[in-house]
Design a protein around this ligand. Sequence first.
Ligand code: URA
Length: 422
Amino acid sequence: MNIIEIINKKRLKQELTDEEIKYVVEGYLSEEIKDYQMSSLLMAILLNDMTNNEIYSLTKYMADSGDKLDLTVLGDNVVDKHSTGGVGDKTTLIITPIVASCGVKVAKMSGKGLGHTGGTIDKLESIPGFTVNMKEDVFLNQVNTINAAITSQTENIAIADKKIYALRDVTGTVESIPLIASSIMSKKIALGTKKLVLDVKVGKGALIKNIEDAKRLSSLMIDIGKHNNIEVVCVLTNMDIPLGNNIGNSLEVEEAISILRDGKEGSLTELCIELSSHMVSLGLNISYEEAKDKVIENLKNKSAYNKFLEIIKKQNGNIDLLPKEANQYDIKSMSEGYLVDMDAYKLGLLSMSLGAGRKNKEDTIDYSAGIVIHKNINDYINKEDILMTLYTNKEITSLDNTIFKISERKIPDNKLILDIMK
Ligand code: URA
């Protein structure tokens, strides 16, 4: 087989065979296929798309390229959840204990953040003592005993995806729907997932900017799921504005606690209830409505908060010692009117520049850095009202003044849940 012929075939919009895709994945891993050849093929895929059969093959060979986990030892009420990445997205911290408290097992493997979006592992690492590198047997044992564990994804899962994703990141080929779908699902197949709720983020702060693309991505991931015996529910959600009020690692842990312990309400809580209800429905084989009643009950009666404390204790964390050493700077409004926009992407970048995220994989994180937003969309803002507080140990030299938009008129309510697909 010849990589140039394969690139030419894709350039001419012809379908690649299963053998050709196997050759590409294995050849790229063994370095027989070079970065420049793979980049060229990825760009041809981005421009000319893939058929479902091509996507199934790519997903299969990427899933087979590394270690595999067998979750069947945990029984059939194990449910996973995955978000395509957003700003202020601390849902895993809240959903895992809610769902586990309802009797569903959550064996969560999460990643670190890069760029304007955060990662669950960084948020958990901000809790002093919290173990994020669990051995597989310890991880599975904890899920068996308390229904939940959260750990770093092992290095060797879907290693072809890891290598291809790193190349996509530097060749402008991340935003290809078939490549995103196969990348996400290859990891889920390798992790042994059988029931999966996907939070597909749409909007300014997300990888996917419009609803049509989000629907295509969702329907592809559902198809890949069917092909691999994985039940998939996609919840398409708005990411034009950040999720909740806090962005940054320990600040996001604090916000998660305020929902689980203090019953804080708002769009973040609404989303957590929605995602948890789909997970509990899948895990216990009950209706969405029945599952939602259980979820709301366990939030109210604090079973979910007690489960959160149990997970933290089991993984040696101490939430009384969350880092708080960052300096605080209040940012005030220079005008008055209704708050009609706060740009999730720009806030994500700002939070990263304050020290809460990484520009490059090697960068270190300041766990106490980040942003607390004090206002919500359609709140009336007076001059000098505090819009947000910045937490940082860095010097702030300039600030983008287009993050917030204030207008004379309110806007129609922003829909958070845009669609459900299964
Ligand atoms: N997340 C992934 O795991 N892969 C992609 O390609 C995009 C988002």
